[in-house]
Design a protein around this ligand. Structure first.
Ligand code: NAD
Length: 497
């Protein structure tokens, strides 16, 4: 059976007596590989190597780092098919979904390969007589990334390309459920000319995360995952004096106004609620229809389109979405559907008994739609992270906006309307990090930053784009004068009294 180890100092790294985790093919529910789970010692080995590599890498010029990253981007493009196969095999999503997510990662590498302009400081001339002032953005040192199972290529690529372009070195701890993609990305990094030790991968679970949170070499931690773990990582990391950005879970609403185009809106719901089996932190999981008439129109088109969806393995090109990633998550999603029924929500489409010939042990859940969902229900309050859509109805736009604002999670939200006034009001007043106007999955492009509000993000920085550069650099301000020995100190520096 294939065994996945770690990647430290430019090469595979393995210890014979390590703890082992199992990797499954979610379409058939069978183990296909095993992964070594790092101990504290292995994490230390990785961070010490990264710390050594930092001495040289941080002194390379930003332009030379940019050039290497540009080669790295080309290599990822060249290896797109292989990477997509790795992602789909261990995650379960369709090849088209895997390629789409890798493409979003490539765009971050592209952004990082133009880092020189983002690292430019500010300069003020003559802040005093013969005195200038300027700012520098300097790298932090060793940065760590801890990532979830749902985007094994894209989420790591939100982090390390920007971190290393800024002159840091990196230790990535990917999800133990689908770790192979991270190893392939690290191998390609070496092939592109990124020096050994700059990008390391340690595989593991809580033990590895805790070791990173305590490790003295680690200066900053980027985390993406569920809200309880994001909060834990943020609190523990900051207590240990590390800079932390920790992105958590989501419950993304789509507000549908009476004037919305029903055909386009229902297409958007289908793609955003069920695509990738709902295992996206930007999936729409709540459709809020303003007015009963809106609800009736949306409901009937949505049910027609839902019936036509193909659920199946990634190896079948006709599949619109695949299985859930792992057994415990599959069981949790089924339990949420049971709970929704018990809470009194009406099931319009029930994906619980979905069966596919030849894939009877796969973790498939069909598209599921609840109607009459209420704010006090568990299925509304909590993130389900599966192909399960809750439909709600309000009498007014204000009530719909209140729902969005009162939910404790604030990753993304969308409004579907033809009204510029409503769109502007929603954009300005929704307490949400990423807004879509007639766009169901408003993931910011790489040169903007990705991050939610409320309990969807702990810390002050979003990922990639300008916030990514701020997170991975320290600001320094220099005040400078040059005085000829014989000229005398004829200058003044403003002094705060
Ligand atoms: P998770 O929180 O279970 O795991 C994330 C990472 O934390 C993994 O690397 C895992 O090994 C580690 N981890 C798990 N339990 C831990 C513990 N007790 N202590 C320390 N570390 C631990 O998340 P997941 O199930 O892999 O991913 C799904 C979640 O990620 C969903 O909630 C989803 O919304 C969220 N997510 C959020 C975003 C975002 O941008 N906000 C993006 C993608 C996924």
């Amino acid at each position: 059976m294939e065994k996945i180890s770690h990647f430290i100092d430019g090469k595979a790294y393995s210890l014979p007596d390590s703890r082992i985790g199992a990797i499954f093919n979610p379409a058939i529910g069978e183990q296909i590989a095993e992964v070594e789970l790092a101990s504290k010692e292995i994490v230390k080995q990785a961070t010490e190597n990264a710390s050594k590599a930092f001495l040289k890498w941080s002194r390379t010029t930003p332009i030379s780092r940019s050039r290497i990253l540009s080669k790295y981007k080309d290599l990822i493009i060249k290896n797109m098919n292989e990477l997509a196969e790795i992602v789909s095999k261990q995650h379960g999503k369709t090849i088209a979904d895997s390629k789409g997510s890798i493409q979003r990662g490539i765009e971050v590498v592209e952004y990082a390969s133009g880092i020189t302009s983002a690292l430019k400081g500010e300069h003020s001339t003559s802040v005093g007589t013969n005195v200038d002032s300027y700012t520098l953005r300097q790298p932090l040192g060793v940065c760590a990334g801890i990532t979830p199972f749902n985007f094994p290529a894209m989420v790591p690529m939100w982090m390390f390309p920007v971190a290393i372009a800024c002159g840091n070195t990196f230790v990535l701890k990917p999800s133990e459920k689908d770790p192979s993609c991270a190893i392939k990305l690290a191998e390609l990094a070496i092939e592109s000319g990124i020096p050994p030790g700059v990008l390391n991968v340690v595989n593991g679970d809580k033990q590895a995360v805790d070791a990173l949170l305590e490790d003295k070499n680690v200066q900053a931690i980027s985390f993406v995952g569920s809200t309880p773990i994001a909060e834990y990582v943020y609190r523990t990391g900051t207590k240990n004096n590390k800079r932390v950005q920790a992105l958590g879970g989501a419950k993304n609403h789509m507000v549908i106004m009476p004037d919305a185009d029903v055909d386009k809106t229902t297409d958007a719901i289908i793609g955003s609620a069920f695509g990738s089996a709902g295992e996206r932190c930007m999936a729409i999981s709540v459709a809020v229809c303003v007015g009963d008439k809106t609800k009736e129109k949306v409901k009937s088109k949505l049910l027609d389109k839902t019936e036509k969806l193909n659920v199946g393995p990634y190896t079948d090109e006709k599949s619109d979405f695949g299985p859930l990633n792992n057994k415990s998550h599959y069981e949790k999603v089924l339990e949420y559907i049971d709970t929704g029924e018990k809470e009194g929500a009406k099931l319009l489409a029930d994906g619980r008994n979905f069966k596919l010939q030849g894939y009877e042990n796969g973790y498939f859940v069909g598209p599921t739609i609840f109607e009459n969902v209420k704010p006090n229900m568990k299925i509304y309050k909590e993130e389900i992270f599966g192909p399960v859509l809750s439909m709600m109805t309000t009498n007014t736009y204000e009530e719909a906006l209140n729902l969005v604002n009162e939910h404790e999670l604030g990753n993304g939200a969308a409004v579907f309307t033809k009204s510029g006034n409503i769109a502007k009001h929603f954009t300005e007043n929704a307490k949400i990090g990423m807004i879509g106007v007639n766009v169901p999955i408003p993931v910011p492009v790489a040169y903007h930053s990705f991050g939610g509000w409320k309990r969807s993000l702990f810390g002050d920085h979003s990922m990639h784009g300008p916030d990514g550069v701020r997170f991975y650099t320290k600001l320094k301000t220099a005040t400078v004068t040059w005085v000829e020995d014989n000229a005398g100190p004829e200058f003044t520096i403003p002094v705060l009294s």
